[in-house]
Design a protein around this ligand. Structure first.
Ligand SMILES: O=P(O)(O)OC[C@H]1O[C@H](OP(=O)(O)OP(=O)(O)O)[C@H](O)[C@@H]1O
Ligand SMILES: NC(=O)CC[C@H](N)C(=O)O
Ligand SMILES: [Mg+2]
Length: 596
């Protein structure tokens, strides 16, 4: 009987099919008999582990977790999040610059793309599932996106579903016309949903999706309405002259009510381009400008790598808890809506952001070099007999270059990435899935033959990439394969906008480093220490007193996340289903970065 992938996972999770004995060999035989369709790499993982150690005392639960996680991992690509951009110009259309800027943020999200442009009298909106070039690379559509201001979004969902209805921007028409785009994830969405449905909300707001971003927009709109009401009750307050103030007041209340991560950009009719960032500054948001004969023009984006190609220059980060308004006339105003205390997400620097970005005053590239330096110190203590250092393209290159230099070893690019694979539908059978991983990366015998190799990756999340690569590198003739991860083991879910909601999908969850090493079939494995990671960031910007490193240390900076929350998340639709039926990206668009 051939079991489907889903059934394999289910069978593993329920621990019915695998009768694990203390001896792994028995377990492997049992697995083979019970699940002929089990991915061979997972079965051989255990055979190999057994060969390496003789026997491995992995418990029943742990075994089924690894098998379940690995099988699921085949369906998924690396976790992503969202990217946002807004542009204010005085004349001409903003559409092409929004498109170019959004392309520079494509690595942050690949599920959908959306844009709205305006001349402040009419608004033109378009959003669809797909990559930026597929959604907006159409002359007729772009010609119709008129207006000198606009906002645009790329999405990788962390709440709700990946349906096109939940693509961004979201829109409300009352009390002012507001479009909003959001990067991050609210952690008290249900509570806020309740507020919007309570008598507190005069409008009885109708929520059409499961998206947290739609909730956030409606909270903001509701607070604008309340600010307007307060004005009407105050002698001498002219609502028409106070719209910017309504936004600032709404920003203050929104930041009191909303928990979690939110970097947002809005177009507000009668006000202008509005941007705000949660009081913890978890997700990035950067302000840029360029001169024009009429005055400064503005761009606000998740990462300042978006500025260069469209002629903007970085001014500064939007501060945690700050709201910036660029009025319809181009005047920049700002208010600190909440006492901010920067604890930016450290995972941004390791994995999510492009190396050519500067976030929170820290150049991402420099951060990655520092991670290389810190890790090299620990590697030296291992006394591994190494011949070459090889990066896993693309994310790990800066760290690997630094490690090679610190260890005095040759840096060799032995893995070639096919950057033309692009997005791929879930492969219908196992052979094709394996093939698609192999066509993404190719190992060169010319580099590996007879060598003891130190492979560097920026992170090992589910272990999918690394398991395949270790195999490939051995097949290409490597004598020994050692692994180093520039980040610590990922063991806790990310609740702030990165799509990593369940612990069981992480290869390092519940295992010792030696056990992970066995699962990955390597000769040695070393991870970055959490203290070294945080210290590296603080050295680059001493004003940052702490980082959100929750996926490594389980300390959630917003203070509202406990075991019960994580458990509920894992049991929820997102955690349980893991979007098994949607498209996945087998090659992230970061492939364009380091090779450009
Ligand atoms: O353990 P896993 O779940 O496989 O995920 C970790 C891998 O995913 C990312 O690479 P990816 O190929 O997505 O993109 P990159 O080119 O930006 O490195 C990351 O850089 C790791 O290599
Ligand atoms: N990754 C993100 O920033 C996602 C934004 C929002 N939570 C959504 O799911 O659409
Ligand atoms: Mg990678």
């Amino acid at each position: 009987m051939m079991l489907s992938q889903k059934n394999v996972v289910r069978a593993c999770a329920q621990r019915r099919a695998v009768k694990v004995s203390a001896r792994v060999g028995t377990a492997v035989r049992t697995m083979r008999a019970a699940m002929p369709a089990l991915p061979s790499h997972l079965v051989s993982t255990f055979s190999n582990a057994a060969a390496l150690k003789g026997k491995v005392a992995l418990g029943n639960a742990r075994m089924s977790r690894i098998v379940g996680g690995g099988a699921k991992a085949y369906k998924r690509s690396a976790p992503r999040m969202c990217g946002i951009i807004g542009i204010f110009k005085y004349e001409g259309n903003a559409n092409v610059e929004l498109y170019e800027g959004l392309l520079m943020l494509q690595h942050r999200g690949q599920d959908s793309a959306g844009m709205v442009t305006t001349d402040w009298s009419r608004f033109k909106e378009h959003k669809e599932n797909g990559l930026v070039k597929d959604v907006f690379g159409k002359q007729e559509l772009m010609d119709s996106m008129k207006g000198h201001c606009g906002i645009a979004h790329v999405r990788y969902p962390t709440a709700g579903s990946s349906s096109a209805q939940e693509a961004q921007p979201f829109f409300v028409n009352s009390p002012l016309g507001i479009y909003l785009i959001h990067n991050g994830n609210l952690t008290n969405t249900e509570e806020l949903r309740g507020l919007l449905n309570s008598s507190r909300s005069f409008f009885n707001r109708h929520l059409r999706t499961d998206s947290d971003s739609e909730v956030l927009l409606n909270i903001l709109a509701d607070e604008v309405h309340r600010a307007h009401q307060r004005c009407l009750q105050t002698t001498g307050c002219d609502p028409n002259k106070n719209k910017v103030n309504f936004l600032f007041e709404a920003g203050e209340m929104t930041m009191r009510l909303c928990k979690g991560a939110y970097s947002c950009i809005s177009l507000v009719k009668g006000v202008g381009l509005v941007a705000f960032r949660d009081p913890w500054g978890i997700r990035p948001l950067v302000l840029g400008k360029r001169p024009s004969p009429q005055g400064d023009e503005w761009c606000i984006a998740s990462e300042d790598c978006a500025f260069g190609p469209i002629g903007f220059e970085r001014v500064r980060d939007v501060q945690p808890g700050e709201m910036v308004v660029i009025t319809e006339e181009g005047k920049l105003m700002s208010r600190q809506c909440a006492q901010g205390s920067a604890t930016p997400c450290i995972f941004e620097y390791i994995y999510l952001a492009r190396p050519d970005s500067v976030l929170n005053g820290i150049p991402v590239y420099n951060f990655q070099l520092k991670l290389g330096t810190a890790l090299a110190k620990r590697i030296k203590e291992r006394n591994w007999d190494l011949d070459i250092v090889c990066p896993v393209p693309d994310g790990s290159r800066p760290a690997a270059i630094q490690i090679a230099s610190e260890l005095g070893l040759p840096y060799r690019e032995g893995l070639v990435k096919n950057r033309y694979v692009g997005r791929t539908f879930i492969m219908p059978d196992q052979r094709m899935r394996e093939m698609s991983v192999r066509r993404k990366l190719n190992a060169m015998p010319a580099v590996f033959e007879g060598k003891s190799v130190l492979l560097i990756d920026d992170s090992i999340v589910r272990g999918t990439t690394m398991t395949q690569i270790v195999d490939m590198v051995r097949r290409a003739g490597a004598r020994k394969v050692y692994l180093a991860s520039a980040s610590p083991p990922v063991v806790f879910p990310n609740v702030y906008g990165v799509d990593m909601p369940t612990r069981k999908e992480f290869v390092a969850n519940g295992l010792t480093i030696d056990q992970v090493c066995e699962v990955l079939r390597a000769d040695g494995l070393i991870y970055q220490e959490v203290e070294d990671l945080i210290a590296s960031g603080k050295e680059l910007n001493p004003d940052i007193k702490d980082f959100d490193a929750s996926c490594f240390n389980g300390r959630y900076v917003t203070g509202d996340i406990d075991e019960a929350y994580l458990h509920k998340l894992e049991m929820s639709g997102r955690g349980a289903n893991r979007r098994a039926t949607q498209m996945v990206s087998l090659v992230g668009d970061r492939s364009m970065v380091a090779t450009a």
